[in-house]
Design a protein around this ligand. Structure first.
Ligand SMILES: [Fe+2]
Ligand SMILES: [Fe+2]
Length: 166
């Protein structure tokens, strides 16, 4: 429980080498982004929020929870889901799939299950890490919607290169 960026970045990099995570790049997200780029942006933003707030976190659980928070693995449009249906159902689906593939801790499960809170009222964040991912997800999604040019996939890669350097 510290606030160690090197530890956090190593965890994220480990996940970025996993073919199951890389598959998320095939699923579109908000304008011009895909789920892999989105999850990476959320991971970086959640760590930045922890730094700003001066919160000690579990680097591994924050990295895994953030990188897997949208591990639902489908194309929303192809599934024909309304935004509300998707918004309320995908945290459970993502949590189950991620747990099957990555054997999550209880905290990691809650990070994923609660990231849409308060939309999913009965599943609030129960840790600092879960609060951070929920906040970061909303922040990144707002940028993806309002300024799509800012969070294009290439920009996220550049953001990661800068993130690692800083
Ligand atoms: Fe989500
Ligand atoms: Fe998300």
């Amino acid at each position: 429980m510290t606030n160690d960026k090197k530890l956090f970045t190593e965890e994220v990099k480990k996940l970025l080498h996993d073919p199951r995570i890389l598959k998320l790049g095939a699923f579109p997200q908000h304008h011009g982004s895909n789920t892999l780029a989105h999850c990476l942006a959320v991971a970086m933003r959640s760590f930045e929020f922890a730094e700003k707030l001066g919160w000690d976190i579990d680097e591994r659980e924050l990295a895994r929870g953030a990188m897997l928070h949208d591990y639902y693995q489908y194309d929303i449009k192809k599934e024909g889901l309304t935004p509300f249906q998707h918004g309320t159902s995908h945290p459970q689906i993502a949590m189950e799939k991620a747990d099957k593939d990555f054997h999550l801790s209880e905290k990691e499960k809650n990070i994923i299950r609660s990231h849409m809170w308060p939309l999913t009222l009965g599943h609030p964040p129960k840790s600092k890490e879960a609060i951070l991912v929920s906040l970061a997800d909303k922040d990144v999604a707002a940028v993806e919607f309002s300024k799509p040019e800012v969070i294009r996939v290439k920009k996220v890669v550049d953001y990661f290169k800068e993130f690692v350097k800083k």
